[in-house]
Design a binder for this molecule. Structure first.
Ligand code: DCP
Ligand code: MG
Length: 512
């Protein structure tokens, strides 16, 4: 099997601290939009970083990134000192414990299913180009001056990408054409694409408007086709029906399939056969950041504390991982190192919450804030009605102009779903936070009728989301759990979700 070259756009090249030149401070400034995406292999990374740094310097976003950076450094220092306390025999014992986990995980390795992950190429931009062919071949982005939703592949050559502010993108690519988003259009194209997915797997798992996981085992068997042929056929059918191109990844599980769909993007596919050696060869040199669930912070912690860069390192460093991380995180990291991911179709769980949120240009005026809240309550009430749901807990999420995220919630002794009720209670939460200058507001309803779980247990995700004193104010907070340290709530929740999808755990309780 040909091995993909993972190196050119490894998102893991974090250059920081002592290794950066103090005369070139941009080298140490990494934000989500300086990370490489498909189509950005030849980009002058140094230039992009310099422009992003210079244009962001002094902004509220920049200051917030600096604060987050300081928190991450604290976390890294803390873990380094924990690691220094470990004796050789501690590590050996943890290695033995990890070996038992590895044995157990191996018994769960399932090579019987063939999974395909399909992801449309430059989705919003491709739809806009279909509707306005004069955009073809020109650098364009969907979004505006404050934020870009996506950029086409011509624009990516300049370092322009999703999540980047439009004014920075203009500096990188002066000829960039902007198109305003039109979500109705994207939803309608997505529905067409899903008709094709349905023919290959009626139970396909849609992850967003432009991506889905399909179990194509039965297709391959009943039609006596290879997975490569099925992927080619599906991609052709999507193109014939919609004019959109997509990329596909095929592997024995969803975790690897997702990574594969990005290997030959755009308009390409990559297959990892259902064979243990092939899976292990694929993950051996795979940068950990490519794995869904390993974000920027977890990547840095693993890299700077444990020198883990590629998935294989997670197995080599299993003793330290087991010593420093919680049992759930250790399970997750070891599964990643072994290339084991979800291979059975997860059973649909009943919905736990319903929410909506809006990002906007800074609002500080009280009337403006309450008008936004009313808009959210109206929207949420309609969705609750259409899903025939009523809930007891109302959560308000606020992102301030300085990028601080707060969540505040209250649980009522009765069920609510009407706009007026949502508004009365959410207004109390908002009032208590005034004065405020906001750039995002969100509203969520949870603890629906029939869900009594909140009476006796709280999951980590809930703990994080209900604005608990530990959980509010920062998106990533260390949590000591016995003798281990969990890298962050975010990573922990992702790990939980991952394991839950694998059908391994039902709920995780936290110690209070
Ligand atoms: N999107 C967004 N904001 C982001 C990322 C994505 O609004 N920060 C939207 C626009 C994208 C769509 O979701 O078109 C799909 O996201 P992808 O990450 O799949 O990006 P694209 O499909 O645009 O490009 P690619 O070819 O890399 O898949
Ligand atoms: Mg896409």
């Amino acid at each position: 099997m040909p091995q993909p070259d993972h190196s050119p756009r490894s998102e893991g090249e974090v250059v920081r601290g002592g290794s950066t030149d103090p005369n070139q401070p941009w080298q140490a400034y990494h934000t989500v939009f300086t990370n490489a995406k498909a189509g950005m292999d030849g980009v002058d990374k140094e230039k992009v970083q310099r422009v992003v740094y210079e244009m962001s310097k002094g902004s509220k976003y920049f200051e917030n990134e600096k604060r987050r950076e300081a928190l991450v450094m604290q976390k890294i220092q803390h873990m380094k000192s924990q690691s220094a306390l470990l004796t050789d025999s501690d590590v050996k014992n943890h290695e033995k414990a990890a070996d038992i986990k590895i044995k157990n995980l191996e018994t769960q390795r399932d090579l019987s299913r063939i999974w395909m992950h399909v992801d449309l190429d430059a989705f919003y931009a491709a739809v806009e180009t279909l509707e306005n062919p004069t955009l073809a071949g020109k650098p364009m982005a969907v979004g505006g001056m404050s934020m870009i939703c996506t950029a086409n592949y011509e624009a990516r050559k300049f370092g322009v990408r999703a999540a980047m502010p439009g004014f920075i993108a203009c500096r990188l690519c002066p000829d960039l054409i902007f198109v305003s988003p039109n979500f109705e259009k994207y939803t309608s194209y997505s529905e067409k694409v899903r008709q094709v997915f349905h023919d290959y797997d009626p139970n396909f798992l849609a992850r967003s408007l432009d991506e889905a996981y399909l179990d194509i085992t039965d297709q391959c068997l009943s039609r006596n086709m290879s997975s490569e042929e099925v992927a080619e056929e599906l991609r052709r059918r999507v193109y014939d029906l919609t004019g959109l191109t997509c990329s596909a990844g095929v592997a024995p599980n969803r975790m690897i399939a997702k990574v594969c769909s990005d290997v030959n993007k755009p308009n390409g596919q990559f297959i990892v056969p259902n064979d243990r050696a092939a899976v292990m060869a694929f993950v051996s040199s795979l940068p950990i950041r490519k794995i869904g669930g390993i974000g920027k912070v977890t990547e840095r912690i693993l890299k700077e504390v444990l020198s883990v860069s590629v998935c294989e390192d997670l197995i080599d460093k299993r003793g330290l991982i087991s010593a420093l991380f919680s049992s759930i995180s250790t399970d997750f990291f070891l599964s990643v190192g072994l290339g084991i991911g979800g291979s059975t179709t997860p059973v649909e769980e009943p919905r736990k919450s319903l929410s909506c949120e809006r990002t906007f240009s800074e609002i500080s005026h009280e009337d403006g804030l309450f008008a936004k809240l009313e808009e959210l309550a109206d929207n949420l009430a309609r969705e609750l009605e259409s899903e025939e749901l009523q809930g007891r807990t109302i959560t308000l999420k606020l992102k301030t102009a300085t990028f601080e995220v707060r969540t505040r919630s209250l649980t009522l002794p009765f069920l609510v779903c009407r706009k007026e009720d949502l508004l009365i209670h959410a207004s109390k939460l908002l009032k208590a936070e005034l004065p405020l200058s906001l750039r995002l507001m969100g509203l969520r309803v949870s603890h629906f009728q029939g869900d009594s779980s909140f009476l006796n247990q709280r999951t980590l995700a809930e703990y994080f989301s209900v604005g608990n004193s530990a959980g509010s104010g920062s998106s990533e907070i260390s949590l000591a759990s016995g003798s281990s340290v969990v890298p962050s709530f975010t990573a922990e929740i992702k790990a939980q979700n991952y394991l839950r999808r694998m059908g391994k755990i039902l709920t995780v309780q936290i110690q209070r």
